[in-house]
Ligand binder design. Structure first.
Ligand SMILES: [Mg+2]
Length: 309
Protein backbone atom coordinates (compact mmCIF):
# COMPACT_ATOMS: atom_id res chain seq x y z
CA UNK A 1 0.00 0.00 0.00
CA UNK A 2 1.71 3.15 -1.17
CA UNK A 3 -1.22 5.56 -1.51
CA UNK A 4 -0.85 8.63 0.69
CA UNK A 5 -2.59 8.29 4.02
CA UNK A 6 -3.84 11.86 3.94
CA UNK A 7 -6.85 12.94 1.88
CA UNK A 8 -6.03 15.29 -1.00
CA UNK A 9 -6.20 18.93 -0.08
CA UNK A 10 -5.39 18.54 3.58
CA UNK A 11 -2.28 20.31 4.73
CA UNK A 12 -1.52 19.41 8.30
CA UNK A 13 0.31 22.35 9.82
CA UNK A 14 1.62 23.55 13.11
CA UNK A 15 -1.77 24.80 14.24
CA UNK A 16 -3.80 22.00 15.81
CA UNK A 17 -6.62 21.23 13.41
CA UNK A 18 -10.03 20.45 14.87
CA UNK A 19 -10.55 17.83 12.14
CA UNK A 20 -7.11 16.25 11.66
CA UNK A 21 -6.88 13.78 8.76
CA UNK A 22 -5.76 11.02 11.11
CA UNK A 23 -5.60 10.15 14.78
CA UNK A 24 -3.32 7.40 16.06
CA UNK A 25 -4.39 5.02 18.81
CA UNK A 26 -1.37 2.97 19.77
CA UNK A 27 -0.83 -0.14 21.83
CA UNK A 28 2.61 0.30 23.41
CA UNK A 29 4.20 -3.10 24.08
CA UNK A 30 4.94 -4.49 20.63
CA UNK A 31 4.28 -1.68 18.15
CA UNK A 32 6.04 1.12 20.07
CA UNK A 33 8.16 -0.46 22.81
CA UNK A 34 10.28 -3.51 22.01
CA UNK A 35 8.95 -6.63 23.73
CA UNK A 36 12.59 -7.70 24.08
CA UNK A 37 14.24 -4.59 25.60
CA UNK A 38 10.92 -3.01 26.79
CA UNK A 39 12.12 0.44 25.74
CA UNK A 40 11.40 2.68 22.73
CA UNK A 41 13.84 3.30 19.87
CA UNK A 42 14.88 6.97 19.37
CA UNK A 43 13.57 6.97 15.77
CA UNK A 44 10.08 6.05 16.98
CA UNK A 45 10.21 8.81 19.62
CA UNK A 46 11.24 11.32 16.93
CA UNK A 47 8.39 10.28 14.61
CA UNK A 48 5.83 10.42 17.43
CA UNK A 49 6.97 13.97 18.27
CA UNK A 50 6.86 15.02 14.60
CA UNK A 51 3.36 13.62 14.07
CA UNK A 52 2.00 15.17 17.27
CA UNK A 53 3.64 18.50 16.45
CA UNK A 54 1.89 18.49 13.08
CA UNK A 55 -1.47 18.17 14.78
CA UNK A 56 -1.98 14.41 14.43
CA UNK A 57 -3.44 13.22 17.74
CA UNK A 58 -1.17 10.57 19.26
CA UNK A 59 -2.91 8.53 21.95
CA UNK A 60 -1.50 5.54 23.76
CA UNK A 61 -3.88 2.72 24.72
CA UNK A 62 -1.95 0.27 26.81
CA UNK A 63 -2.15 -2.28 29.57
CA UNK A 64 0.98 -0.67 30.98
CA UNK A 65 1.00 1.62 34.02
CA UNK A 66 1.22 5.39 33.92
CA UNK A 67 4.71 5.04 35.43
CA UNK A 68 5.86 2.96 32.45
CA UNK A 69 4.45 5.50 29.98
CA UNK A 70 6.05 8.41 31.85
CA UNK A 71 9.47 6.75 31.86
CA UNK A 72 9.56 5.01 28.47
CA UNK A 73 7.51 7.37 26.29
CA UNK A 74 6.78 10.75 27.90
CA UNK A 75 10.28 11.57 29.17
CA UNK A 76 12.00 10.66 25.86
CA UNK A 77 9.40 12.65 23.86
CA UNK A 78 9.93 15.72 26.05
CA UNK A 79 13.70 15.29 25.80
CA UNK A 80 13.37 15.07 22.00
CA UNK A 81 11.83 18.53 21.94
CA UNK A 82 8.04 18.34 22.15
CA UNK A 83 6.77 21.88 21.54
CA UNK A 84 4.65 23.70 24.10
CA UNK A 85 0.97 23.31 23.26
CA UNK A 86 1.22 19.71 22.11
CA UNK A 87 -0.91 17.42 24.26
CA UNK A 88 -0.47 13.64 24.36
CA UNK A 89 -3.08 11.40 25.97
CA UNK A 90 -2.18 8.11 27.59
CA UNK A 91 -4.82 5.54 28.50
CA UNK A 92 -3.17 3.02 30.80
CA UNK A 93 -4.18 -0.26 32.45
CA UNK A 94 -6.64 -0.96 29.61
CA UNK A 95 -8.81 2.04 30.38
CA UNK A 96 -8.75 2.06 34.21
CA UNK A 97 -6.13 4.83 34.42
CA UNK A 98 -5.47 7.83 32.18
CA UNK A 99 -3.53 11.08 32.05
CA UNK A 100 -2.33 13.65 29.54
CA UNK A 101 1.08 15.26 29.21
CA UNK A 102 2.74 18.23 27.57
CA UNK A 103 6.32 19.47 27.38
CA UNK A 104 5.78 20.62 30.99
CA UNK A 105 5.18 17.05 32.15
CA UNK A 106 2.19 14.95 33.23
CA UNK A 107 -1.19 16.32 34.25
CA UNK A 108 -3.33 14.68 36.96
CA UNK A 109 -3.62 10.87 36.98
CA UNK A 110 -7.21 9.65 36.76
CA UNK A 111 -8.10 6.23 38.21
CA UNK A 112 -11.48 4.49 37.94
CA UNK A 113 -11.34 2.64 41.26
CA UNK A 114 -14.53 0.68 40.44
CA UNK A 115 -12.42 -1.19 37.88
CA UNK A 116 -9.67 -2.27 40.29
CA UNK A 117 -8.84 -5.82 41.36
CA UNK A 118 -9.35 -6.27 45.14
CA UNK A 119 -6.21 -5.30 47.05
CA UNK A 120 -6.24 -8.48 49.17
CA UNK A 121 -6.05 -10.56 45.99
CA UNK A 122 -3.17 -8.47 44.66
CA UNK A 123 -1.34 -8.98 47.96
CA UNK A 124 -1.75 -12.74 47.63
CA UNK A 125 -0.43 -12.69 44.04
CA UNK A 126 2.58 -10.66 45.17
CA UNK A 127 3.28 -13.35 47.79
CA UNK A 128 2.76 -16.16 45.24
CA UNK A 129 5.28 -14.61 42.87
CA UNK A 130 7.83 -14.06 45.64
CA UNK A 131 7.52 -17.63 46.90
CA UNK A 132 7.23 -19.67 43.70
CA UNK A 133 7.90 -17.66 40.53
CA UNK A 134 10.53 -15.02 41.31
CA UNK A 135 13.14 -16.61 39.04
CA UNK A 136 11.02 -16.12 35.91
CA UNK A 137 8.80 -13.11 36.61
CA UNK A 138 8.15 -10.09 38.81
CA UNK A 139 5.10 -8.37 40.31
CA UNK A 140 4.51 -4.96 38.70
CA UNK A 141 4.26 -2.56 41.66
CA UNK A 142 3.32 0.40 39.45
CA UNK A 143 -0.19 -0.83 38.57
CA UNK A 144 -3.12 0.98 40.23
CA UNK A 145 -6.09 -1.14 39.10
CA UNK A 146 -4.77 -4.31 37.45
CA UNK A 147 -2.49 -7.02 38.78
CA UNK A 148 0.33 -7.70 36.32
CA UNK A 149 3.18 -10.17 36.56
CA UNK A 150 5.91 -9.77 33.97
CA UNK A 151 8.75 -11.83 32.50
CA UNK A 152 12.26 -10.92 33.64
CA UNK A 153 14.06 -9.61 30.53
CA UNK A 154 16.94 -12.09 30.98
CA UNK A 155 14.70 -15.20 31.08
CA UNK A 156 14.38 -16.94 27.67
CA UNK A 157 10.89 -16.56 26.20
CA UNK A 158 10.19 -20.31 25.95
CA UNK A 159 11.13 -20.84 29.61
CA UNK A 160 8.91 -17.96 30.65
CA UNK A 161 5.92 -19.11 28.58
CA UNK A 162 6.11 -22.60 30.11
CA UNK A 163 6.26 -21.20 33.65
CA UNK A 164 3.52 -18.67 32.84
CA UNK A 165 0.99 -21.49 32.32
CA UNK A 166 1.68 -22.74 35.87
CA UNK A 167 1.46 -19.22 37.28
CA UNK A 168 -1.81 -18.50 35.48
CA UNK A 169 -3.32 -21.68 36.91
CA UNK A 170 -2.21 -20.77 40.45
CA UNK A 171 -3.51 -17.21 40.02
CA UNK A 172 -6.91 -18.58 38.97
CA UNK A 173 -7.02 -20.97 41.95
CA UNK A 174 -6.28 -17.99 44.17
CA UNK A 175 -9.23 -16.13 42.65
CA UNK A 176 -11.57 -18.99 43.43
CA UNK A 177 -10.38 -18.86 47.05
CA UNK A 178 -11.20 -15.12 47.08
CA UNK A 179 -14.67 -15.83 45.70
CA UNK A 180 -13.88 -14.03 42.45
CA UNK A 181 -15.35 -15.37 39.21
CA UNK A 182 -12.66 -15.54 36.56
CA UNK A 183 -12.17 -16.40 32.90
CA UNK A 184 -8.91 -17.22 31.05
CA UNK A 185 -9.06 -17.76 27.31
CA UNK A 186 -11.40 -20.79 26.96
CA UNK A 187 -11.36 -21.62 30.66
CA UNK A 188 -14.41 -20.42 32.60
CA UNK A 189 -14.66 -20.47 36.40
CA UNK A 190 -17.64 -18.48 37.67
CA UNK A 191 -18.03 -17.67 41.36
CA UNK A 192 -20.83 -19.10 43.51
CA UNK A 193 -23.27 -16.57 42.03
CA UNK A 194 -22.33 -17.74 38.53
CA UNK A 195 -20.67 -14.43 37.73
CA UNK A 196 -17.41 -13.75 35.94
CA UNK A 197 -16.03 -10.37 36.96
CA UNK A 198 -12.33 -10.82 36.22
CA UNK A 199 -10.13 -12.22 33.52
CA UNK A 200 -6.62 -13.58 33.30
CA UNK A 201 -5.05 -12.32 30.07
CA UNK A 202 -1.67 -13.84 29.21
CA UNK A 203 0.51 -11.88 26.75
CA UNK A 204 3.89 -12.92 25.35
CA UNK A 205 5.71 -11.09 28.19
CA UNK A 206 3.21 -10.88 31.06
CA UNK A 207 -0.02 -12.00 32.63
CA UNK A 208 -2.62 -9.35 33.35
CA UNK A 209 -5.38 -9.98 35.89
CA UNK A 210 -8.14 -7.43 35.52
CA UNK A 211 -11.81 -6.54 35.62
CA UNK A 212 -13.67 -7.91 32.59
CA UNK A 213 -14.87 -4.34 32.04
CA UNK A 214 -11.34 -3.25 31.12
CA UNK A 215 -10.14 -3.56 27.57
CA UNK A 216 -8.82 -1.81 24.51
CA UNK A 217 -12.42 -0.94 23.58
CA UNK A 218 -12.79 1.02 26.83
CA UNK A 219 -9.49 2.75 25.99
CA UNK A 220 -10.81 3.64 22.53
CA UNK A 221 -13.96 5.20 23.98
CA UNK A 222 -11.86 7.24 26.42
CA UNK A 223 -9.62 8.36 23.53
CA UNK A 224 -12.60 9.71 21.59
CA UNK A 225 -13.85 11.48 24.74
CA UNK A 226 -10.46 13.06 25.47
CA UNK A 227 -10.21 14.46 21.93
CA UNK A 228 -13.83 15.63 21.98
CA UNK A 229 -13.07 17.58 25.15
CA UNK A 230 -10.38 19.42 23.12
CA UNK A 231 -12.84 20.03 20.27
CA UNK A 232 -11.02 17.55 18.02
CA UNK A 233 -12.90 15.17 15.71
CA UNK A 234 -10.47 13.14 13.57
CA UNK A 235 -11.49 12.36 10.00
CA UNK A 236 -10.07 8.85 10.38
CA UNK A 237 -8.28 6.64 12.89
CA UNK A 238 -5.40 4.21 12.73
CA UNK A 239 -5.17 1.68 15.54
CA UNK A 240 -1.95 -0.29 16.00
CA UNK A 241 -1.40 -3.43 18.05
CA UNK A 242 0.37 -6.76 18.30
CA UNK A 243 -2.34 -8.89 19.99
CA UNK A 244 -5.79 -10.17 19.13
CA UNK A 245 -7.19 -8.08 21.99
CA UNK A 246 -5.90 -4.91 20.28
CA UNK A 247 -8.47 -5.35 17.50
CA UNK A 248 -11.04 -4.25 20.11
CA UNK A 249 -9.83 -0.67 19.51
CA UNK A 250 -10.78 -0.77 15.85
CA UNK A 251 -13.91 -2.84 16.55
CA UNK A 252 -15.18 -0.14 18.92
CA UNK A 253 -14.32 2.75 16.62
CA UNK A 254 -15.89 1.05 13.59
CA UNK A 255 -19.00 0.13 15.57
CA UNK A 256 -19.34 3.78 16.60
CA UNK A 257 -19.02 5.05 13.01
CA UNK A 258 -15.45 6.34 13.19
CA UNK A 259 -13.52 5.45 9.99
CA UNK A 260 -10.64 3.19 11.04
CA UNK A 261 -7.93 0.89 9.73
CA UNK A 262 -6.12 -1.49 12.08
CA UNK A 263 -2.41 -2.25 11.82
CA UNK A 264 -1.36 -5.67 13.12
CA UNK A 265 2.41 -5.69 13.79
CA UNK A 266 2.47 -9.37 14.77
CA UNK A 267 0.10 -11.10 12.35
CA UNK A 268 1.53 -14.59 13.08
CA UNK A 269 -1.68 -15.47 14.97
CA UNK A 270 -3.60 -14.96 11.72
CA UNK A 271 -5.48 -11.88 10.58
CA UNK A 272 -9.20 -12.16 11.37
CA UNK A 273 -11.86 -11.07 8.90
CA UNK A 274 -13.08 -7.62 9.92
CA UNK A 275 -15.49 -5.07 8.46
CA UNK A 276 -12.59 -2.57 8.27
CA UNK A 277 -9.17 -2.76 6.60
CA UNK A 278 -6.37 -4.55 8.44
CA UNK A 279 -2.81 -3.68 7.37
CA UNK A 280 0.47 -5.47 8.09
CA UNK A 281 4.10 -4.69 7.27
CA UNK A 282 3.55 -6.44 3.94
CA UNK A 283 1.31 -3.51 2.93
CA UNK A 284 4.40 -1.29 3.19
CA UNK A 285 6.31 -3.71 0.96
CA UNK A 286 8.22 -5.13 3.93
CA UNK A 287 8.98 -8.78 4.65
CA UNK A 288 7.11 -11.08 7.02
CA UNK A 289 10.06 -10.92 9.40
CA UNK A 290 9.41 -7.22 10.06
CA UNK A 291 7.30 -7.31 13.21
CA UNK A 292 6.88 -5.65 16.62
CA UNK A 293 8.36 -2.15 16.90
CA UNK A 294 10.15 -2.54 13.55
CA UNK A 295 6.72 -2.75 11.90
CA UNK A 296 5.18 -0.15 14.21
CA UNK A 297 8.08 2.20 13.51
CA UNK A 298 7.75 1.68 9.75
CA UNK A 299 4.10 2.71 9.84
CA UNK A 300 4.83 5.78 11.98
CA UNK A 301 7.54 6.75 9.50
CA UNK A 302 5.17 6.25 6.54
CA UNK A 303 2.57 8.52 8.15
CA UNK A 304 5.22 11.11 8.93
CA UNK A 305 6.48 11.04 5.33
CA UNK A 306 2.96 11.22 3.90
CA UNK A 307 2.41 14.29 6.03
CA UNK A 308 5.44 16.24 4.90
CA UNK A 309 5.40 15.21 1.23
MG1 LIG B 1 0.98 -5.24 22.90
Amino acid sequence: MTAPEFPAGTTPGARLPSTPPLALLLDVDGPVASPVTRDVKPGIIADLVALATAGIPVIFNTGRSDTFIREQVMAPMIAAGMPAGTVIHAICEKGAVWFSYTAAGPGPIHVDHDLAVPRSYGDDVRRLVAEDYARHMFFDETKRAMVSVEQHIEVPSADYLAEQKLFDSDAMDLMTRHGMGVVRLEHHAPNSDDEVDYRVDPTIISTDIESVRLGKDLGASRAVELLAAQGITPQAWRTVGDSRTDYAMADWLHHNDHPVKHIDVRPADGVPVKPYDVLTAADLGLGEDVIHDDAGGAFLRSWREAMVS
